[in-house]
Design a protein around this ligand. Sequence first.
Ligand SMILES: [Zn+2]
Ligand SMILES: [Zn+2]
Length: 146
Amino acid sequence: MFEEKKLQELKDMCRSRGVSLTPQRLAVMRVLTARRDHPTVDQLYDDLTEQMPGMSRTTVYRVLETFERLGLVRKIDSRASKAHFDADTSLHPHMVCLGCGKVVDYQDRGFGILEPPGITDDGFEIIDYAVTLVGYCRQCRRNVDN
Ligand SMILES: [Zn+2]
Ligand SMILES: [Zn+2]
């Protein structure tokens, strides 16, 4: 369901923005929406090698950058690890583990979510923001305790 919705969004966006809908772009969107664990470029690349042999890591990265520019994906930067990507572009907080680098959605979505305030007094238009909670996951906490 989510997968189909995102593929349609990609097609519509390509049409309206005059971006070509290449097999590479379709394939990256497919593998990204097939998993909900905020994969890195490397993880997506691994998933893609079966479907699109010969596609380079650089291509995967470029496709994701294009998606980000088009507002189709969110890039989650964390000081803990490499960039992770999310096809769910709704405003929602992420938890980043400083131990293993994993990124998960913070499920209590009531936390910290405010509408972007719009235009500030000095004319800065705020259109988006990100909430990243950092800490240690259960597994990493266990490893520290032992
Ligand atoms: Zn961890
Ligand atoms: Zn997310």
